[in-house]
Ligand binder design. Structure first.
Ligand SMILES: [Zn+2]
Length: 91
């Protein structure tokens, strides 16, 4: 379904009228109505901007919760090997 709107009048009180040519015109000013796109470009830009802020935050929360439930063993191993390397270099 394609919706039409008048770009010049208040969107709250608009009504469509059919002109003598058969095209849809605005009831107030008589201008040709413009097709309303399903998704506007600024909506896409806003979505990308919002997701770029929110997705890292959500990802961090998921990562933190995952680490709380089962802490990774690799980091401990890495720490212990680092200590071993330091000990070997000192002695
Ligand atoms: Zn109008």
């Amino acid at each position: 379904m394609v919706r039409y709107y008048c770009p010049y009048c208040n969107p709250k009180n608009q009504f469509q009228k059919q002109s003598s040519k058969g095209t849809l015109i605005c009831g107030f000013c008589g201008e040709d109505l413009v097709k309303k796109p399903f998704i506007r470009l600024n909506q896409i830009v806003a979505l990308v901007a919002a997701s770029s802020l929110l997705l890292p935050l959500i990802y961090t929360f998921i990562f933190l919760i995952k680490n709380q439930i089962n802490p990774p063993k690799k980091s401990y191993q890495a720490k212990s090997t680092l200590i071993i390397i330091i000990r070997e270099t000192i002695s």
